[in-house]
Each structure stands twice: as structure tokens, then as C-alpha cells.
Design a protein around this ligand. Structure first.
Ligand code: AMP
Length: 193
């Protein structure tokens, strides 16, 4: 199963992604984590990445695609993955078209996300209020269209992310099971044609 998690920062993608990874036995991968690791390198690219991430801006699509796709070639990702933070633009989603089964949107208002993140600010160098606001802005500009893109393909599951963690997870699992059944039925139908 190839799953993508979408949501603004603070929506709970990493929490739900890790819970899901444990339940399904599929690896969890965060593009932000890859970039944060690369940003520690003392090279011009590392320094540039650090600046980009800390300002809350997006890494350009071509670079993102190159790095994430290369990462996904590793053997552990060949039977499935749970991606957090990628694809984040329609251009990325289009380039990654054949590699997604289900997209889970954790819906949380900007206000709730800001409230949640403000509680953990200072933990991460890229979590300044300015960077967070910029990331939320960019989410609406670049990532909300990704949701419509997947909705048109019938791959989108929408979850109320403002519930308690356990309730969100129960909803995710229930809706995933439903979507999986639908996917299987579709495949059987396509084969019998
Ligand atoms: P995240 O942990 O997902 O908030 O990602 C941290 C930072 O990494 C983002 O603010 C971006 O600068 C960069 N990043 C992560 N994923 C992507 C992506 N798919 N496209 C562009 N930039 C990304």
C-alpha cells in the first residue's frame, strides 16, 4: 500500500504516520526529515537548504523530486510506504502519479495548527512563528490544489484531524479499510473486462 499523508504543519501527520506504519508494517518517510538532515551538511547545498527550510519556503520541485524519488528506490520502500510532506505541489503529484494508492488528508484549521505548534516551538530550528505562518500560507497556495488533484482520481480520504489522536487513528484505519476494499473490487472488475 502506497499512502500519502497531507495536512498543514501541526495536523498530526507524523503521529498518525508512525502509528499507521506500526499497524501496517509499512515504512514511514518524511520529506521534511530528509531535507533537515541534508541541511546539516556543511556544503553550499546544505547551507542553502538550511536557509530555505528555516524561512518556511518550499524546496524547488525538481530538486525535491530528484531527492525523494532517489530515496524511494531503497529496497525497504519497494512494497509500500507512508509519505509525509510529499507530494506538496501539483507538479510533484503529477510526476509521482503512478506511485500513490491512497491520500489521507488530516484536516485541521490554521488556528488549531498554530495553537498546537506554539506549544512545541523552540524544539526545531525551523519552527519560528514567521516560518510557520509562511508554511501555512504555502500550504493553501500549493498543497490545497494537490487535494483536488487526488480527489478527482478518487484517492482522497478526508479525516477530521481535530479529534483526539486515538479517534483520528480509528477514523484513518476505518476509512483506509473501506478504500482498500473499493480498490480491490475495482482491480477485479478491470481484470474481468
Ligand atoms: P516538513 O517537516 O514537512 O514541514 O518540511 C520541512 C521543510 O522541508 C519544508 O518547510 C520545506 O522547506 C521542505 N520540504 C519538505 N517536503 C517538501 C516538498 N515535498 N516540497 C518542497 N519542500 C519540501
Amino acid at each position: 500500500m502506497r499512502i500519502v499523508l497531507v495536512g498543514i504543519q501541526g495536523a498530526g501527520k507524523s503521529t498518525q504516520g508512525n502509528l499507521l506504519s506500526e499497524k501496517l508494517g509499512i515504512p514511514y518517510l518524511s520529506s521534511g526529515h530528509i531535507f533537515r538532515q541534508m541541511a546539516q551538511e556543511k556544503t553550499p547545498t546544505g547551507r542553502w537548504l538550511k536557509e530555505t527550510i528555516n524561512s518556511g519556503s518550499l524546496v524547488p520541485d525538481d530538486m525535491t523530486l530528484k531527492i525523494v524519488l532517489e530515496y524511494l528506490e531503497k529496497p525497504e520502500y519497494q512494497t509500500g510506504y507512508i509519505l509525509d510532506g510529499f507530494p506538496r505541489t501539483v507538479a510533484q503529484a503529477e510526476a509521482f502519479k503512478e506511485s500513490v494508492d491512497i491520500v489521507i488528508f488530516l484536516d485541521v484549521t490554521d488556528k488549531e495548527a498554530l495553537w498546537r505548534i506554539s506549544g512545541r516551538i523552540d524544539n526545531r530550528e525551523d519552527e519560528t512563528l514567521l516560518a510557520i505562518r509562511r508554511r501555512i500560507e504555502l500550504f493553501h497556495e500549493w498543497t490545497v490544489p494537490v487535494l483536488s488533484y487526488y480527489e478527482q482520481q478518487g484517492k482522497l480520504i478526508k479525516i477530521d484531524g481535530e479529534q483526539e489522536v486515538v479517534k483520528v487513528f480509528d477514523d484513518v484505519v476505518a476509512k483506509l479499510e473501506k478504500a482498500e476494499k473499493k480498490m480491490k473490487a475495482k482491480k477485479v472488475k478491470a481484470k474481468s473486462k
